[in-house]
Design a protein around this ligand. Structure first.
Ligand SMILES: Nc1ncnc2c1ncn2[C@@H]1O[C@H](COP(=O)(O)OP(=O)(O)OP(=O)(O)O)[C@@H](O)[C@H]1O
Ligand SMILES: [Mg+2]
Length: 503
């Protein structure tokens, strides 16, 4: 008989039922009993993060032990099914002894189906077929995956998952952020999922160091932060790894850049300009860096340096470096700065740094200024002018005792082009400026926009209408592009347009 048939509706009185592996009183009884009925929970290995295990009260007796969950929908019912699923999960885990991790195999699924059937019957709760199916999915998501957020991780349309404590889960889909009805049972439940994410990586999170960066097995980027630093409960942010990386043709199709702009940027990359992609959080910097890096000619030896490897380059000759967090005793950290310095001894023809956040900016500027031209990076800033100021500040973090003017000159001579990426209020991601860094005039870095994004209005459904246009200015480095064989037609740079309506 199929599982679902076995699971459908109320327990069948005539069907033989396998006794549970641990003798457990019927749940209705258990609900009123003073004797603890839980099987022993698997102990956390001492070396693991002291995230509390177990689900608190949910595990000791089945929720709604007295009867039937009637309503088809509604928060209360969902909550009770969630609690029932955790009650079953706790029992399944208890019955597994010391084996805390369950891998999805045909055998483990069969085992789970049997135990699920038993524990569901024991619970004495009657669910509709649809609810039993949902309950079973919740149990498998909990045991094989990351609990309530597992369906979001499976959904290719979801690009970001944000858990702000147990009762608030947001997602981003097609650039728009929205609240989901998904809930965790408690803070402990969220902590347990965090534990499941970081445990295989040998990472820890606790009150002493309450934050961690990690990656899911599929490459998705995860940040978790817990109390006391996260005030309203444990928080998880997952940037999902998109199986198909966006390519330049996608960005043109989405209207994130124009064909002319793409042609111009390709010429800049091939001609070994130093390019900085600037933008806010989640604006699409890494995606654009990936697109630009894929313009690097096949014959160049590329070294990529990232905090968490996200870039996916098509070239063969690529050495990928990834920073390393400190060990549990606080030693052994390898920073982006260390990797940039190390990369200089690796005969790189191109250095691609995922993101500059601090002192490594100085190492990068020095590399760019000492023959490692054609380097690419990203940083957090809202305009090209901000990006220059940010580079100065970050370069100062390197702790070298250099006057600001000297650092500013380093920025002005190292960086050739800033590409500003932005996420508009309606969720569209666009290139907002392509700006040449022309050098210094007095104490000021001279910037010249080559392309800008104009705001034209809004459609009835709230979508912003924009236009990416050339400013009519040919960059001063045009001769460098020509030396590499790029004779870009003047039309790429457009006719001179007065700077009205500039975004
Ligand atoms: N031009 C684009 N059009 C549509 N979606 C995009 C575009 N660029 C990036 N995205 C999507 O936006 C999300 C964020 O992109 P990305 O990781 O490149 O941003 P980021 O600026 O590097 O973020 P962070 O600041 O967190 O590092 C991803 O899901 C990505 O697929
Ligand atoms: Mg990024």
């Amino acid at each position: 008989m199929s599982l679902l048939k076995r699971l459908g509706g109320a327990p069948q009185p005539n069907e033989p039922s396998t006794p549970p592996s641990a003798p457990t009183p019927p749940p209705a009884e258990a609900a009123h009993s003073t004797t603890p009925t839980e099987p022993p929970r698997p102990a956390m290995p001492a070396s693991q993060p002291p995230v509390q295990s177990g689900f608190g009260t949910a595990a000791s007796a089945p929720p709604a032990a007295s009867g039937v969950i009637t309503s088809d929908a509604g928060g209360a019912t969902d909550q009770r099914i969630l609690e029932l699923s955790l009650w079953i999960v706790d029992r399944v885990q208890g019955s597994m002894g010391n084996q805390t991790e369950l891998k999805r195999t045909a055998e483990s699924e069969r085992m789970l189906q049997d135990r699920f059937t038993n524990y569901y019957r024991q619970s004495g709760i009657n669910l509709s077929d649809a609810q039993v199916k949902k309950l079973y999915e919740m149990v498998t998501d909990e045991l094989f995956g990351f609990g309530p957020i597992e369906p979001l991780l499976r959904d290719d349309a979801v690009s970001e998952v944000m858990v702000n404590g147990p009762n608030t889960v947001y997602v981003e889909q097609r650039g728009r952020v929205s609240l989901t009805p998904i809930r965790f049972a408690s803070d402990d439940h969220v902590l347990k999922v965090i534990d499941r994410i970081i445990r295989p990586l040998g990472r820890r999170i606790d009150r002493k160091w309450p934050m961690v960066d990690a990656r899911l097995p599929d490459g998705s980027r995860v940040n978790a932060i817990i109390p006391p630093c996260s005030i309203d409960g444990p928080t998880i942010t997952i940037r999902k790894f998109s199986k198909k990386k966006l390519e330049v043709t996608d960005l043109i199709r989405f209207g994130s850049m124009t064909e002319q702009m793409a042609e111009f940027l390709r010429a800049c990359v091939v001609s070994r300009l130093n390019i900085v992609v600037s933008g806010g959080t989640g604006s699409g910097k890494t995606t654009l860096l990936n697109v630009l890096s894929n313009f690097i000619p096949e014959e160049d030896r590329i070294v990529t340096i990232e905090d968490s490897a996200e870039l996916k380059l098509g070239q063969d000759h690529v050495v990928r470096l990834e920073a390393k967090p400190a060990e549990i005793d606080g030693t052994g950290r390898v920073s982006i700065n260390d990797l940039v310095i190390n990369s200089l001894r690796m005969r790189p023809e191109r250095i691609v740094i995922g993101e500059c956040r601090g002192g490594e900016t100085m190492a990068m500027l020095q590399a760019m200024n000492t023959g490692h031209d054609g380097s690419l990076t990203t940083l957090h800033a809202n305009t090209p002018r901000d990006a220059c100021a940010r580079m100065e500040t970050m370069a100062m973090m390197a702790g070298m005792d250099m006057p600001l003017k000297v650092i500013r000159e380093q920025v002005a001579s190292a960086v050739d082009l800033i590409v500003q990426q932005t996420r508009l209020e309606d969720g569209q991601r666009k290139v907002a400026y392509v700006t040449e860094v022309q050098g210094m005039e007095g104490d000021v870095v001279v910037l010249q926009d080559i392309f800008v994004l104009d705001m034209k209005g809004k459609t009835a459904d709230g979508k912003l209408i924009t236009e990416l246009r050339p400013t009519g200015t040919r960059p001063r480095f045009t001769s460098r592009l020509e030396a590499h064989g790029f004779k870009l037609p003047p039309s790429i740079f457009g006719a001179q347009v007065p700077g009205q309506g500039r975004w």
